[in-house]
Design a binder for this molecule. Structure first.
Ligand code: KIV
Length: 280
């Protein structure tokens, strides 16, 4: 049974009704199909693809073209989940025109339903302009990987009262600018709780505790496909990386020992044709 596309209104209603929102990342067609089949509300084609798919050190180098390429694959696979396209570093920070143009490209060329960008108060004007252009925006505050060097690396944010207050201001500024939702990444549980209570729009947490309106994880972390490092806030629900290595090793052994392919994996000929071949 195909269910209809999850809308922003449904996401908002979930907050109002106290129902949790789920979001996972996907970067390709088969993963998008599976995430959709699992009934996840939203799929984020995150710029984390730079690290977990393209093997880069950080998210900074990923380009608009690469993002669009992956968003297109995901939109072919997922027909129900709301698809969020991540705006890559420097695709929205240079000017409002650039931000609108690039956000529009993720919808027009990629087929995304909305876009996500990083930053709080300092990005409010951009968010306002992009929303005014008709493009729904999800904000992202706390640990914002595109500005990792400024934040001092992959570490929790908002751990003292002053920094926590700034995060609350960031969330309120994003809401006032028209964002429909905000990702809260790697911030203390009490701060995420306070933000979630003080904004009307849904918060989606990653390393932000249980009080957020929803939760997001990077799928490669969740299924054990990325082991360069596993953040403290990740729960691994499967060990697909391990299962894949075992399958590859078994394939190698079976080929080397002549076990694979077996007769059931081959194609036969009519006996008379085979006989002619042999007679030649
Ligand atoms: O790019 C990404 O996957 C993200 C999530 C960590 C929220 O921004």
């Amino acid at each position: 049974m195909t269910r209809s596309k999850v809308t922003i209104l449904e996401i908002q209603n979930k907050k109002e009704n106290g129902q949790k929102i789920t979001m996972l990342t996907a970067y390709d067609y088969p993963t998008a199909l599976l995430v959709d089949r699992a009934g996840i509300d939203m799929i984020l084609v995150g710029d984390s693809l730079a690290m977990v798919v393209l093997g880069l050190e950080t998210t900074v180098p990923v380009t608009m073209e690469e993002m669009i390429h992956h968003i297109r694959a995901v939109t072919r696979g997922a027909k129900r989940a709301h698809i969020v396209g991540d705006l890559p570093f420097l695709s929205y920070q240079t000017s409002i025109e650039e931000a609108i143009r690039n956000a529009g490209r993720l919808l027009k060329e990629g087929g995304a339903d909305s876009v996500k960008l990083e930053g709080g108060v300092e990005m409010a004007e951009v968010v306002h302009a992009v929303v005014k252009a008709g493009i729904p925006v999800m904000g992202h505050i706390g640990l914002t990987p595109q500005t990792l060097s400024k934040l001092g690396g992959f570490k929790a944010q908002g751990r003292d009262a002053e920094a926590a207050k700034r995060l609350i201001e960031d969330a309120e500024a994003l809401q006032d600018a028209g964002a429909y939702s905000i990702v809260l990444e790697a911030i203390p549980t009490p701060v995420a709780k306070r933000i979630t209570e003080s904004v009307r729009i849904p918060t989606i947490g990653i390393g932000a505790g249980p009080h957020c309106d929803g939760q997001v994880l990077v799928t490669h972390d969740l299924v054990g496909l990325f082991d360069r490092f596993v953040p403290r806030f990740v729960k691994q629900y499967a060990q697909l990386g391990k299962a894949m290595v075992e399958a590859f090793e078994t394939f190698r052994r079976e080929v080397e020992e002549g076990i694979f392919p077996g007769p059931e994996h081959g194609f036969s000929m009519k006996p008379e044709e085979e006989a002619k071949l042999e007679a030649d």
